[in-house]
Design a protein around this ligand. Sequence first.
Ligand SMILES: C[S@@+](CC[C@H](N)C(=O)[O-])C[C@H]1O[C@@H](n2cnc3c(N)ncnc32)[C@H](O)[C@@H]1O
Length: 420
Amino acid sequence: MRIDILTLFPEAVRPMMEASILGRAAKKGLIEINCIQIRDFTTNRQQQVDDYPYGGGWGCVMMAQPLKACLDWVTEQAGPRKRRVIYMSPQGARFDQGHARRLVSGYDHLVLVCGHYEGVDERFIEKCCDEELSVGDFVLTGGEIPAMAVADSVCRMVPGVLSDPACYMGESHWEGLLEYPQYTRPETWEGLTVPEVLRQGVHRDIEAWRREQQLIRTKERRPDLFEAFTPQTEADRQTVLRLTGREKLTYDCRPARSEDIPDLLAITAEASAYMKERGVDQWQDGFPNAEVFARDIAAGGCWLFTHEGAPAGVISLYTAPEPDYGAIRGAWLSRGPYATVHRTAVKAAYRGRGLADEMMQLCEDLALGRGFASVRADTHADNAAMRRLLEKRGYAYCGAVTLTDTVEKDPERVCYEKVF
Ligand SMILES: C[S@@+](CC[C@H](N)C(=O)[O-])C[C@H]1O[C@@H](n2cnc3c(N)ncnc32)[C@H](O)[C@@H]1O
């Protein structure tokens, strides 16, 4: 894995990237992290990299030319590779372990562009960057700390960097749970003693205790992750049941028929009301309507999920190209044929009970089975629930589109894609 960090402060970034585990990995030739001074690629005598914003306003904006020249040089140096150019930005998709896994498995060259001041000329982002990533909903003075975070989390998963893949596979966020608590010597510190099960050394008991702690901890600290977690083993199922007092529900699914349309509309009406309560201007103008579902059903792509016979959720999968997706402001991950998920809606009684995940899984399985290498989706920028679902399932933010054939007042949508 080669990572080039384009920055105005290489001297601040380099020591961190050369320290500890990453430094040793670089010496072994497992990774290469370069910090490139953008200022070296200016064409003016003062080596100026920023200028006043058009339209006025506070601060300065980084000019496109030095960034582009710097990127061109890096690209030429690195040669042909599976490259991804990423602009670190508070406006990007929120970076998480899923993104790190996607980057380490999909690419062998990452270029991380660090903005500063008021940010970067939008035309550079549009022309030269494949995606934007944010490290959280706050604003830093520069992209250096975010770039270091991305480089670090990606590089530690490069084979050989850690002694064993188990080192990162058991950690927080690997499978949607937090890690169990850890202890080291002494056995008692400040009156607090290490839990007995860990001192007794019975491997099976330790494993069971740790797993239970993972679930307890995740439920307490990250209820959003806990709700989304679907137990795969009987032991996990029992623990979840004990912690919540409610069993994960099981659902049936089948292709929707035209006589299901009233049920489908009842499901989407609840989803519309949910979005209205949260101020999301999506599905507020009579969309999706009976005509839309009739079209979905005729195309064979509409799926009704039920629980004990009661309608619980709906999702549609389209396999024809989406006319508006060609005009994305940003870049899709893939160029090949893709399937598209639409109309993901869950009845209020089944929210937070694993259904949306199950519906997405069905669509991804169907798409894969039909030979598609990627699935795309769009949603309203304010639809935090859908964005969280997509990001949790490894979809990458790709940009924005304007829907042209819609009755909705706000036709702006953000786009995501997952490549298999
Ligand atoms: C002060 S910020 C610019 C913020 C920009 N004016 C805005 O409101 O979106 C300067 C630079 O810091 C970086 N940055 C700031 N916050 C970030 C975050 N949460 N994630 C990733 N990069 C961030 C970006 O590279 C950005 O260009």
